[in-house]
Design a protein around this ligand. Structure first.
Ligand SMILES: [Zn+2]
Length: 61
C-alpha cells in the first residue's frame, strides 16, 4: 500500500544534469541575497556581509 520513495541520501554531489547550485546568504546590512563566490571558498561559513562596504557599515557604529 505504501509506496516508499527512496531517495539517495548522499547523491547531491552526483547529479550531472543539474547546474551547481551556489549557496546564498542574506546580507544583514542591505538585506539582499548574495551568492557564493570563489574567493569565499575557504571561509564561506564566516562570510556574513555581501561586501566589504556592508561589513564596514555594520561595524562602523
Ligand atoms: Zn550588503
Amino acid at each position: 500500500m505504501f509506496a516508499m520513495v527512496i531517495r539517495p541520501s548522499s547523491g547531491d554531489a552526483l547529479m550531472p544534469h543539474r547546474k551547481p547550485h551556489l549557496p546564498t546568504k542574506i546580507c544583514p546590512v542591505c538585506q539582499r541575497p548574495f551568492a557564493w563566490r570563489k574567493k569565499w571558498a575557504r571561509d564561506w561559513e564566516h562570510v556574513i556581509y555581501c561586501s566589504a562596504r556592508c561589513r564596514r557599515e555594520k561595524k562602523g557604529c
